[in-house]
Write a protein that binds this ligand. Structure first.
Ligand SMILES: O=C1C[C@@](O)(C(=O)O)C[C@@H](O)[C@@H]1O
Length: 152
């Protein structure tokens, strides 16, 4: 069972709730994070959250997580379709992660169908709206079986 979880939200997700609400809904990122924190408290786990509009900052945050985070929940946002460096960082630190999208990327433009993460993710959640964050946290906290890894 994962004890410390890092939730990362990529570019433009700071605008969740006001950004294209017909696609992403009206729940704000603050709402999502408050609900996730409450859920984590109930599950008895530590939740760290991080949002940035900068790819390199995500790489830095993933590197910092090495050795002190059990699992990552990642909404890579637009970097889903371009983010080789974020993929490389996840593989480098070897922390299991769930890929999450608020919208169903497979029902959208063809270029959104490709993800640089899906083949390495433990699982992919997409199209469940803000509930996807609840589902991801519940899965990671309660169901993800973690193998003990030797310290780097
Ligand atoms: O910014 C985003 C958000 C997204 O990751 C989602 O949560 O549905 C889907 C991406 O294609 C898009 O670029």
């Amino acid at each position: 069972m994962a004890r410390t979880i890092l939730l990362i939200n990529g570019p433009n997700l700071n605008l969740l709730g006001t950004r294209e609400p017909h696609i992403y809904g009206s729940t704000t990122l603050d709402d999502v994070l408050a609900a996730a924190q409450k859920q984590a408290d109930g599950l008895g786990i530590t939740l760290h959250t991080f949002q940035t509009n900068h790819e390199g900052a995500i790489v830095d945050r993933i590197q910092e997580a090495r050795g002190n985070v059990d699992a990552i929940i990642l909404n890579p946002a637009g970097l889903t379709h371009t983010g080789v460096t974020v993929r490389d960082a996840l593989l480098a630190v070897d922390i299991p992660f769930v890929e999450l999208h608020v919208s169903n990327i497979h029902a959208r433009e063809p270029w959104r169908h490709h993800s640089y993460f899906h083949d390495k993710a433990v699982g992919v959640i997409c199209g469940l709206g803000a509930y996807g964050y609840t589902a991801a946290l519940d899965f990671v906290a309660s169901h993800l079986k973690l193998e003990k890894k030797p310290a780097p």
